[in-house]
Design a protein around this ligand. Structure first.
Ligand code: FES
Length: 111
């Protein structure tokens, strides 16, 4: 299995809605099951440009764009990342498609 990257937005709107705490909680849940970060690493991201549907979290290279994420959603997201659960559909599709496309282009490009 290839390693996944989870990005939690730390832009202004996402931070206002609690993305700092969300990042810490996500990190805690992932490290509890994957202490070496062999399967998943979590990182902060400056701003995805989908601020109106904060808090945004993306999964790469799976290209899953979660919006309006709350701490209560994290166990399900983690189950998709480390277990065999499907992506959490109800949290996807809220961001503008062109914004999502731009994010994947940026993440795809080597920098
Ligand atoms: S502040 Fe999170 S998408 Fe812009």
């Amino acid at each position: 299995m290839s390693q996944k990257l989870v990005y939690v937005c730390e832009g202004g709107d996402c931070t206002e809605r609690g993305s700092g705490d969300l990042f810490e909680k996500m990190r805690e849940l992932l490290l509890a099951r994957d202490p070496e970060e062999a399967q998943v690493r979590v990182r902060r991201y400056p701003c995805f440009g989908g601020c109106e549907v904060a808090i945004n979290v993306t999964v790469y290279p799976d290209k899953i764009f979660y919006s309006q994420v709350t701490p209560e959603d994290l166990p399900e997201i983690v189950e998709n990342l480390l277990g065999d659960a499907a992506p959490v559909e109800r949290l996807t599709g809220a961001v503008q498609p062109d914004v999502e496309e731009m994010v994947w282009m940026l993440l795809d490009s080597p920098y």
